[in-house]
Design a binder for this molecule. Structure first.
Ligand SMILES: C[S@@+](CC[C@H](N)C(=O)[O-])C[C@H]1O[C@@H](n2cnc3c(N)ncnc32)[C@H](O)[C@@H]1O
Length: 257
């Protein structure tokens, strides 16, 4: 039997809440592609930042639910309408999560520091003027400021504080967000990364990137910090080539496992 995900016909909606779109589907596909690993990983606590309609958190709860009944789910959003819609979506699928209206995970950082085993984020990543970021209503769903990076760059240190030692972060990025530079930033915090799913259109390429703490990288990072060295050029080159090789496959859908 194939694993369940949330059903569009059971989704609740609101004019000011982001409807599940290609990026939401790509994120759920990445979780499905990595589902066996997630089950082996036995997460106890999963968190979605920016849950919108609830499609992703409901899908995660459904796809893990049968095998891992004791997992605790949290979801946050800055838009209060999104939390009401997510509650209805979860209820319609008979799954549960603790929902909180907040900026990223500001109200959870003390309570969940170092405890999150799986974190999922489809952030506002569309390049816009900076003043559009964080506006009330539906605009906050996509407005990402310069290079679409304003909210993403605020999420990365939060993820680092919330993730457990074995924690995994799955995040949606666009080519214009400079995903190789995001991977480099996370590498400096001791994280390895890989692309789980990549989707391309004529204009853009979406990558779903998975991050996890890696002990070798943590040792390198310590050395870099204590000796004031920079990240070796070969590491930077290999991160850049991951993304540039994939952008040659425009017009394709690929699961990069
Ligand atoms: C691209 S939508 C993704 C929605 C949903 N996760 C999905 O994949 O369909 C981004 C979501 O992040 C929320 N958001 C934007 N800025 C936020 C912030 N600073 N803190 C929490 N949520 C935020 C938006 O309200 C929106 O629901």
């Amino acid at each position: 039997m194939s694993p369940k995900t949330a059903q569009i016909r059971l989704m609740s909606s609101h004019p000011e809440v982001y409807e599940p779109c290609d990026d939401s589907f790509a994120l759920v596909d990445a979780l499905l592609a990595d589902r066996t690993n997630i089950l082996d990983h036995c997460p106890r606590l999963c968190l979605e930042v920016g849950c919108g309609s609830g499609y992703v958190i409901a899908s995660l709860a459904l796809m893990l639910g049968q095998e891992l009944p004791g997992v605790y789910y949290f979801a946050t959003d800055i838009n209060p309408h999104a939390l009401r819609v997510t509650r209805e979506t979860l209820d319609a699928h008979a799954v549960d999560a603790e929902l909180m209206c907040m900026d990223i995970a500001s109200g959870l950082e003390k309570r969940l520091a170092g405890m999150v085993d799986v974190m999922v984020v489809n952030p506002p990543y569309v390049p816009t003027p900076d003043y559009e970021v964080g506006r009330e209503g539906i605009a906050s769903a996509w407005a990402g400021g310069e290079n679409g990076r304003i909210v993403i760059d605020r999420i990365l240190p939060v993820a680092d504080r919330l993730l457990s030692d074995k924690g995994w972060l799955y995040m949606v990025t666009l080519t214009t967000n400079d995903p190789s530079q995001i991977c480099l930033l996370m590498r400096k915090k001791g994280y390895a990364s890989r692309i789980v799913v990549q989707r391309s259109t004529e204009e853009e390429s979406l990558h779903i990137i998975k991050f996890w703490r890696d002990s070798d990288i943590q040792l390198d990072t310590k050395e870099i910090l204590t000796t004031n060295k920079s990240v070796p050029a070969r590491v930077k080159d290999s991160l850049i080539s991951q993304f540039s090789q994939l952008s040659f496959c425009r017009g394709t859908n690929s699961n990069c496992l």
